[in-house]
Design a protein around this ligand. Structure first.
Ligand SMILES: [Zn+2]
Ligand SMILES: [Zn+2]
Length: 280
């Protein structure tokens, strides 16, 4: 089978492949040790390289649509089949010079920063953070869609299986937070923080006979489920904090098993442990 892709098709193809890896990298949506798998996070690297490549091609297509010669390094030299095409870095600057208000200086800096990360991924020793790279990825997809719209007025050919991930990137480019390694939008994060703070009030459990027994905090010396992770892998409680409701990692102080399965607790209450002078 012979395949022929023009610049735009090729750019779409790289974008779709980048989204394919975005999906793979998101199979674990945690970002802290204990929440995520290292191999899954490695997919960010390939996904990011493909995404930057797709952006490079859409920028070149934009130049080409202005004039065929603009995709070449030296626009004044006589054209031949081995004329050198413009580098990514130069194409960004050329676009900025040629097309007023097409991209901002801030966007240019961001694109060049992403191009630099891409180069590091390919050529050098690599160090990256999964939260930073996801934020950049989503922002870059958003930028791609804006540039594409301005340049072509055509629809981006997104594979059917990728439509969800494409929309997800556009959504997260605007509203994405990571707290204790977990992902939220702004509203979800507010609810989560309130839930954590509300749960700290419940310091005791009671059994069906009405007897009280202490709750065990994350990382307490009696917490046999503690695995030396900064946050509880299930509910993201931090050290010396009570778990969220129904967390499978909370230990039971009455029987020493997992609280959600042992059946000791009928409910949770707040017991004021402060001793007033009047009580003595
Ligand atoms: Zn927990
Ligand atoms: Zn128990």
């Amino acid at each position: 089978m012979d395949l022929q892709l023009d610049l735009l098709d090729n750019s779409h193809d790289f974008l779709n492949n980048a989204l394919f890896y975005y999906n793979k990298a998101n199979l674990d949506d945690g970002h802290e040790e204990g929440q995520a798998d290292l191999e899954t996070k490695l997919f960010w690297k390939t996904g990011f390289i493909l995404l930057v490549q797709s952006l490079e091609l859409i920028l070149k297509e934009t130049l080409r649509r202005t004039s065929d010669v603009f995709v070449y390094e030296n626009i004044d030299a006589p054209f031949s089949s081995d004329s050198k095409t413009i580098s990514f870095q130069k194409s960004v600057q050329r676009l900025l010079n040629l097309k007023i208000n097409f991209i901002s200086t801030e966007q240019k800096d961001f694109i060049l920063n992403c191009a630099e990360i891409r180069n590091q991924f390919i050529h050098y020793k690599v160090k990256y953070n999964s939260v930073d790279i996801k934020k950049k990825f989503c922002k870059l997809v958003e930028m791609y869609s804006i540039i594409h719209k301005k340049a072509t007025k055509e629809k981006i050919k997104i594979w059917k299986d990728n439509e969800y991930y494409y929309k997800d990137c556009l959504k997260k480019a605007k509203d994405f937070y990571v707290f204790r390694g977990l992902e939220f939008n702004k509203k979800e994060l507010e609810i989560f923080k309130k839930e954590i703070s509300d749960m700290q009030e419940f310091n005791y459990c009671y059994d069906k006979k009405g007897n009280y027994f202490e709750r065990i905090k994350y990382g307490d010396k009696r917490d046999f489920l503690y695995m030396d992770f900064k946050y509880c892998p299930h509910c993201a409680a931090k050290l010396s904090e009570y778990h969220l409701k129904m967390c499978s990692h909370e230990a039971c102080s009455k029987c020493g098993k997992q609280l959600i399965f042992c059946g000791c607790a009928k409910g949770m209450v707040h017991i004021d442990l402060e001793v007033n002078d009047d009580d003595i």
